[in-house]
Ligand binder design. Structure first.
Ligand SMILES: [Zn+2]
Length: 340
């Protein structure tokens, strides 16, 4: 999600910050008792676009994998495909490169009676060069959602990089005004109904509405996303969209951190923690306040005033560092009650 500031200087400058945060997080994970089952990195695994900066990207992938090698073998790592991982307009080459480096871009798995579905959300942003791959994912998703065993799942949880929406399902498309963002050094976004060449923070409305309805109808409970660099989210009917800020660069008021998700027999709780506040024991019971379910008649809550970008200062202090990329949003999953 850092694409709009991803000059070579920009992302290389965050090397030290990224690697430090990642190591601290991995240490915290390893020290947890009990350990979380799954560590999910919710897209933009590396920053350098595959078709623009292949050498830098290869170095970033190497660093990324070396860092993750320090994670306890008791914790499974799940990678989600982001816009930086396959490019804003994916091609067969960039997707094949992703498959080679990280594995499938869409897949599902079971853990303790809970079904997890991972999507490549970039196909919903721009599939003009890979219509066959988008079609294949759509067909695959329909198949997974219709599985008899899926209907018996305790929960169905999805992960994808680009959120369907930021605050409300009926919001307009939200794009980043790159020029004014860089000029004012504050995040500047605008709403639009039509196509834009700027990067969207949510998914285009017509696609969004049809997909949300399909996913809700199929029984998906929660969808965890990244990309926005600030925490937000909302509901479509009773299906929650949770958007978690990045570990690294913040575009809002949140501090660097991760989200912990606790899956219980009849509920899924989640809470965002600053890195220094990540607990050794996960117990989110009674900590998650459910939000009201939004109706279209509700007053829109799209407020971006006050979102400040903190990273220009970081660029100055970290300049000179190389190779590694800004960290993406991450989730930890803990199962407290569910049994396989
Ligand atoms: Zn992104």
């Amino acid at each position: 999600m850092f694409l709009f500031i991803c000059s070579a200087i920009g992302f290389q400058s965050f090397a030290l910050m990224y690697i430090c945060f990642l190591h601290v997080i991995l240490q915290k994970l390893n020290a947890m008792n009990p350990k979380p089952e799954i560590f999910i990195i919710c897209g933009d695994l590396v920053d350098a676009y595959p078709n623009k900066f292949p050498k830098i990207r290869d170095a970033q992938i190497k660093d990324f994998k070396e860092a993750l090698a320090g994670l306890s073998e008791e914790i499974s790592v799940i990678c989600v495909c982001g816009n930086h991982d396959v490019g804003e307009v994916p091609t067969h080459q960039t997707v094949a490169k992703y498959n080679k480096d990280f594995g499938d871009d869409h897949f599902y798995f079971w853990c303790k009676g809970v079904l997890f579905i991972v999507l490549n959300s970039q196909y919903y942003v721009d599939a003009t060069r890979v219509p066959d791959l988008k079609k294949a994912q759509d067909n695959w998703l329909d198949h997974v959602l219709s599985l008899e065993e899926r209907k018996k799942a305790k929960h169905t949880i999805m992960f994808q990089h680009i959120p369907w929406f930021l605050h409300q399902w009926y919001e307009k498309n939200v794009a980043i005004d790159v020029k004014n963002t860089l000029r004012t050094k504050q995040l500047v976004v605008y709403e639009c109904d039509d196509q834009t060449t700027d990067v969207l923070l949510n998914i285009e409305k017509a696609t969004r509405l049809s997909m949300l309805e399909k996913l809700h109808k199929a029984g998906v409970n929660k969808i965890f996303c990244g990309h926005a660099h600030f925490n937000c989210g909302g509901y479509y009917k009773n299906m929650e969209i949770v958007v978690t800020t990045a570990v690294g660069i913040q575009l809002g008021q949140d501090k660097h951190g991760i989200r912990l998700v606790q899956v219980q027999e009849n509920d899924i709780k989640h809470k965002y923690f600053k890195i220094e506040d990540v607990p050794e024991n996960i117990n989110l019971i009674d900590t998650h306040e459910p939000k009201d379910i939004c109706k279209e008649t509700d007053t829109p809550k799209l407020t971006f005033n006050g979102l400040k970008m903190n990273f220009f200062k970081s660029i100055l202090t970290l300049i000179g560092c190389t190779r590694r990329s800004p960290p993406p949003p991450v989730y930890l999953i803990s199962f407290s009650v569910c049994k396989r």
